[in-house]
Design a protein around this ligand. Sequence first.
Ligand SMILES: [Fe+2]
Length: 257
Amino acid sequence: MTDRELIDEVTGRGYAVISTPVIADDPFEAHRRVAQSLGLPDAYTPLLYKDAEVRSAVSQVGPYNEIPRDTTSVQPWSEMPGQSFHVDGLLEPLGGIKTTLLHCLNQAHSGGETELFFSCDAFRQLLASDEDAAQSLLHPKALTRFATISESTPTRLHATGPAFGWVDATLTTRFSDGPTEHWNTSENPDLQRALDYLRGPARETHRVQVRLAPGEMLIFRNDRVSHRGCTYQNGAHPRRLTRSMYSSAPRHNSPHS
Ligand SMILES: [Fe+2]
């Protein structure tokens, strides 16, 4: 696949999976090479990692992360819980992180898929069937996300905003729905109907699971797609992924690239 075809696939479908070798000396070199071929800028450090207290609590606070952060205490054959759907960038406004790369170094013994939820497609469908419910997701106080690594307060480590909206004329999402989220349904009664749809019927038709093999990389549009890591069991060696994030979407470097 050429760079142009790859960019078109990520732009059109919201994600793509490629094979790119793991470079033993530097597990993030593959990210730099792929980012360059996608026309992405330097990797982006999320706002959460710029907080002094979070920086002291978490060892990895740059734009490149290992998942899990520390594998030294992971027991062989241990089970790991799944995540809730989210977009990367807990404190970012809509569209703050547009692209995420996930590279598989070691696969889980079983499970460990990345599940993508095409939340913008689901939103469009809701807009056609229940406009009031869809509009409630655009409310500027619809969704609050807050940190649990360090204590959040109304003035720090939390971010309130719309769950969907248009950024640069592109429908954009920060749909996330787990232990770090609060939905403001009390001031916004149509929102509960929207949530019932997004948590129920929408999940049946707007999702796909990707199980990365070692050396495979998932590229997805974090501003258009929500995602979660599924439950897994480690093998004799821990499952390991690397991640990087970018504030821009893939784009062609030149008209002829
Ligand atoms: Fe994530």
